[in-house]
Write a new protein. Structure first.
Length: 115
């Protein structure tokens, strides 16, 4: 059974930082591209960042370039999202996704950024 478990969310003031983690089990982690999405109430789910199987390629949404960084540790079956200089508009549920033909999702971790 595939499981993706996100952690690290919380309440932070604008300008602060958080590091999200997504621990994967039940799949060959190094075979999957990993993605972070976010979804704010009443809005569509949007891609935030992507990373390929070995970390050699990444994609960043324009809204987070220069502030967020995705990374992965295949030995720990974990993908990370380092978020710096957070803004109130970053407030959302952040979800981890594993994609390689099959598609798996975590339950998400809430990030709330206050003024």
């Amino acid at each position: 059974q595939v499981q993706l478990v996100e952690s690290g969310g919380g309440l932070v003031q604008a300008g602060g930082s958080l590091r999200l983690s997504c621990a994967a089990s039940g799949l060959t982690f190094s075979s999957y591209g990993m993605n972070w999405y976010r979804q704010a109430p009443g809005k569509e789910r949007d891609i935030v960042e992507r990373i390929n199987w070995n970390g050699g390629w990444t994609y960043y949404a324009d809204s987070v370039k220069g502030r967020f960084a995705i990374s992965r540790d295949n030995a720990k079956n974990t993908v990370y999202l380092q978020m710096n200089n957070l803004k109130p508009e970053d407030t959302a549920m952040y979800l981890c996704n594993a994609a390689s033909g099959a598609d798996y999702w975590g339950q998400g971790t809430q990030v709330t950024v206050s003024l």
